[in-house]
Design a protein around this ligand. Structure first.
Ligand SMILES: [Zn+2]
Length: 68
């Protein structure tokens, strides 16, 4: 467990969902002493669907650069 990280990153009892998501994303990278709670994981996955997938799909094949 990364106790130093935990001392520097205390999540308040009244933290909002966005704060919790940000905390758990960073926690997973820096420490991960416990799993991301299911509701937070679901919120992260839902947000990734909204923000991540379309932009990846939108990366275009450059016209005229597809065939030799
Ligand atoms: Zn931890």
């Amino acid at each position: 467990m990364n106790a130093e990280w935990h001392r520097a990153h205390v999540l308040g009892q009244h933290a909002g969902l966005e704060d919790r998501i940000a905390w758990h994303e960073e926690h997973a990278r820096e420490c991960a002493c416990r799993p991301v709670p299911a509701p937070i994981a679901a919120a992260i996955a839902a947000r990734a669907d909204v923000l991540g997938a379309p932009s990846r799909d939108a990366v275009p094949v450059v016209p005229g650069n597809t065939a030799p």
